[in-house]
Design a protein around this ligand. Structure first.
Ligand code: NAD
Ligand code: DAU
Length: 356
């Protein structure tokens, strides 16, 4: 494999840190640059085990800083971009949509334009280059509770400010292919879970609350359905698609693993209580039904047949195994949890659930 200079944006976040770790360990001949602004969601402690590797470099940068990114492209002779940096939490987007439009839309556009100018200035142009944009199944909207799944042909129909901003960024990426011929790829993945996820998201939040016997705020009736994929399986899919995916294509990523929220919550309760040696069922009384999320999408479910058939990817972990690993990781890494939940986040959390 030829030497490559790759920027991974958002590499200090949840999925990004798993992807950076995979690439740094698997491709010692590549230069891997983790570009991250380090918002509340970015945490370099997620990457302690790879930070000293010679093929790894961290650059603190805002993806909206066009000049700085253009300079970086030239200096590091970047030929691959895997773009994960984003504001990622739906509840925050409902409170503060502007930040989501700025980072997810303008930030993506800024990266695209800088990449275009740099790559078009080279004698070989776009040859051997790749702009790979990581997106979400939420752009497809919401499904009824039947057998229907999101496919790559499902029309976009985003509902939250988060998914509207992600949809817009997806359209910009495709427009740069269709207009300028940039070699782009977009993938849309289902809900990820696993270690290093910021504990504003359902799974780490609830594991931590069960441990500390705090209320578990279930939105609405807990009947919404999400489709869960272990984060390392997403990272493996990104690796495969980055190297073998077809330019201008879209691939859905998901493990055909749908769960109604309330059923998943009961699995978490059972697992945490078992591991901590608590009597079975003793944490069920923590379940607290609260006011529903505004515009709460009923059901997401991804059809990843194309990825499985064309590129031979399949998830490696059964859900039972994945959730056991995940629960054990959060219970074993209380210091990580305490660090990320102190200060500003604690204030956000208290505010978020006040009056619900
Ligand atoms: P995350 O919130 O854990 O991490 C986001 C990272 O982006 C953080 O490190 C943050 O510091 C960085 N960032 C935010 N704004 C930035 C800016 N302006 N400039 C530079 N860096 C900035 O998110 P995640 O859950 O790891 O999601 C990563 C990507 O995958 C996102 O694009 C998200 O839309 C997508 N995605 C997430 C899921 C999921 O279940 N978490 C599923 C499908 C797709
Ligand atoms: O589907 C992919 C998306 O999954 C990603 O694009 C997003 O970045 C990611 O945050 C995630 O979005 P969700 O909104 O589905 O994830 P979240 O963990 O916030 O919520 C999962 C479900 O649990 C959802 O139906 C809302 C519900 N929920 C969530 C929280 C935080 C609760 O009932 N209570 C809670 O406290």
């Amino acid at each position: 494999m030829a030497k490559r200079n790759i920027v991974i944006t958002g590499g200090a976040g949840f999925i990004g840190s798993h992807l950076v770790r995979l690439f740094v360990n698997k491709y010692p001949e590549y230069n891997i640059i983790n570009l991250d602004k380090l918002t509340y969601a970015g945490n370099l402690a997620n990457l302690k085990d790879v930070e000293a590797k010679p093929n790894y470099k961290f650059v603190k940068m805002d993806i909206c800083d066009f000049e700085a990114f253009y300079d970086l492209m030239q200096r590091e002779k970047i030929d691959g971009i895997i773009h994960l940096a984003a504001e990622s939490h739906v509840d925050r987007s409902i409170k503060d949509p502007f930040t989501f439009a700025r980072t997810n839309v303008m930030g993506t556009l800024s990266l695209l334009q800088a990449a275009k100018l740099y790559w078009e200035s080279l004698p070989e142009g776009y040859e051997g280059k790749r702009f790979y944009h990581i997106s979400t199944d939420e752009v497809y909207g919401s499904l009824a509770f039947n057998d229907e799944l999101f496919t790559e042909q499902t029309p976009y129909n985003p509902h939250s400010p988060y998914s509207a901003a992600k949809a817009s960024s997806d359209h910009f990426v495709r427009a740069y292919h269709d207009t300028y011929g940039m070699p782009t790829i977009v993938t849309n993945c289902s809900n990820n879970y696993g270690p290093y996820q910021f504990p504003e998201k359902l799974i780490p939040l609830f594991i931590n609350n069960i441990r500390h016997r705090k209320p578990l705020p279930v939105y609405g009736k807990g009947e919404n359905v999400r489709d869960w994929l272990y984060v390392e399986d997403h990272a493996r899919a990104i690796d495969l698609i980055f190297h073998e995916g077809k330019v201008a294509e879209t691939y859905n990523i998901g493990g055909f693993n749908e769960w109604k929220n309330i059923d998943l919550i009961k699995v978490m309760i059972k697992t945490v209580d078992r591991i901590l040696g608590n009597p079975e069922g003793c944490s069920l009384d923590l379940i607290t039904y609260v006011t529903d999320r505004l515009g709460h999408d009923a059901r997401y479910a991804i059809d990843s047949t194309k990825l499985q058939k064309e590129l031979g990817w399949e998830p490696s972990l059964q859900f039972e195994e994945g959730i056991e690993k995940t629960v054990r990781w959060y219970l074993d890494n209380q210091e990580w949890m305490d660090n990320v939940t102190s200060g500003d986040y604690q204030r956000y959390y208290d505010d978020m659930y006040k009056g619900r």
